[in-house]
Design a protein around this ligand. Structure first.
Ligand SMILES: NC(=O)c1ccc[n+]([C@@H]2O[C@H](COP(=O)([O-])OP(=O)(O)OC[C@H]3O[C@@H](n4cnc5c(N)ncnc54)[C@H](OP(=O)(O)O)[C@@H]3O)[C@@H](O)[C@H]2O)c1
Length: 369
């Protein structure tokens, strides 16, 4: 099968580098375009990027020239699929320019996550929300659109919550995070602020978690998402961990559940099996939630790479004296929480036919007499 050409906007950053790592040998996608800021444009990628991952920078990528950050400045053909890893303020300005010329923009940023007609998607949780792209004005005019994935902490949490919501309903939730430094991008948090320390504040993070989780667990009602009716309180903390966000969760369910029923809900949660006619999606973990019995797990160093970094590890399920149950969930913030999440969104979009015929507005459905 010929691979689809893709571009990466913000390719030199922490998430951009993960995109390169995940897409370099991807069976469906081929990187043909890389862009970053004006500081990097015109340089080779090898010169522009401080490569921080533990696999080598592929020589073919290192030799590519970093392009200007606008569609019209593109040398050669602009790919119609753009993975975007930009800070929110920059994404707000740039992503619509790419959607307007007919690109599918698959974004990591918070800029458009809560916009009514922009899907905020974790495929195992709410792939049906992708239909909202058909409401977007860019889609109607050029065929392009924006799809987003959530904040890195919301993703791990919502994977653990979805099967509980489906089987028992969620009434209220308390979550306290311990988030890795790579979540702040590069160079991120100064070493003198974080070494031997915990910083109990991450700008806008608690607000993002609280609003995104109820959108992800909400249901599409015509042209918008009806948010889940549940109360959620989040505390977000930065800790001296390289990769992997850990979250301590207490939850009140709408109907009583036993420990065995909750464990069964997690282990039986495999919504993407069979999605591609029985064939696994390249980036989907076979088991999105892995329960770890060992009493002092999950831990970032030991568990973040489960499911090639795409599984959420849950442990320490026990009764809560304030709410009903409490547990710990861990997920890799730049794989499951960012680049991997976007690549999985793109794989699902490909299967749904929403990466075909980009650049031309979809034809209106014929009205049957
Ligand atoms: N890190 C995570 O765990 C994580 C998880 C989920 C979501 N996210 C989100 O993903 C986005 C990227 O995060 P990150 O951690 O990768 O940040 P980062 O390491 O700071 O990288 C930022 C990238 O944006 C580029 N950039 C800056 N200004 C630009 C401009 N005017 N035009 C085009 N490109 C520009 C930078 O290029 P230069 O090298 O040229 O400056 C760099 O490639 C953010 O919205 C973040 O909130 C991050």
């Amino acid at each position: 099968m010929e691979r689809r050409k893709v571009g990466i906007l913000g390719a030199t950053g922490m998430v951009g580098q993960r995109f390169i790592q995940l897409l370099s040998n991807h069976p469906w996608f081929e990187i043909t375009w890389l862009a970053a800021s004006d500081r990097s444009a015109g340089k080779t990628f090898g010169e522009a990027c401080r490569w921080k991952l533990d696999t080598p920078l592929p020589p073919k990528i290192a030799a590519m020239t970093v392009q200007p950050n606008v569609p019209e400045g593109c040398v050669g053909e602009l790919p119609k699929i753009i993975f975007a890893a930009l800070d929110a303020d920059i994404a707000r300005e740039l992503e619509p320019k790419f959607a307007a010329v007919g690109c599918a923009v698959i974004s990591n940023s918070s800029a458009f996550r809560m916009v009514t007609d922009v899907p905020l998607v974790v495929p195992e949780v709410n792939a049906d929300h992708l239909e909202l792209i058909e409401q977007q004005s860019w889609r109607k005019e050029s065929g392009g659109y924006i799809v987003t994935n959530p904040n890195c902490s919301a993703i791990g949490l919502v994977l653990a919550l979805k099967p509980l919501q489906e089987r028992f309903g969620i009434e209220s939730l308390f979550v306290s995070t311990m988030q890795a430094v790579s979540g702040a991008g590069y160079p991120g948090v100064p070493s003198l602020d974080i070494l031997g320390n915990v910083v109990p504040f991450i700008k806008n993070e608690e607000e993002k978690m609280e609003e995104e989780v109820v959108k992800l667990l909400g249901r599409v009602a015509g042209d918008h998402v009806q948010m889940l009716d549940a109360k959620l309180s989040a505390h977000c903390n930065r800790v001296a961990v390289e990769d992997g966000h850990t979250e301590c969760v207490s939850i009140k369910l709408r109907t009583k559940a036993t420990k065995e029923q909750i464990l069964a809900a997690w282990s039986e949660f495999t919504p993407l099996r069979g999605f591609a006619g029985g064939k696994p999606l390249p980036t989907a973990p076979d088991q999105p939630i892995e329960y770890e019995e060992t009493v002092d797990r999950p831990q970032p160093r030991l568990d973040r790479m489960r499911g090639a970094g795409m599984a959420a590890t849950v442990g320490r399920l026990r009764e809560c004296s304030l709410l009903d149950w409490k547990f710990v969930v861990l997920s890799h913030n730049t794989i499951r929480g960012a680049a991997g999440a976007a690549v999985l969104n793109a794989e699902v979009l490909a299967l749904l036919g929403k990466l075909d015929k980009l650049g031309v507005p979809p034809q209106p459905m014929a009205v049957l007499a």
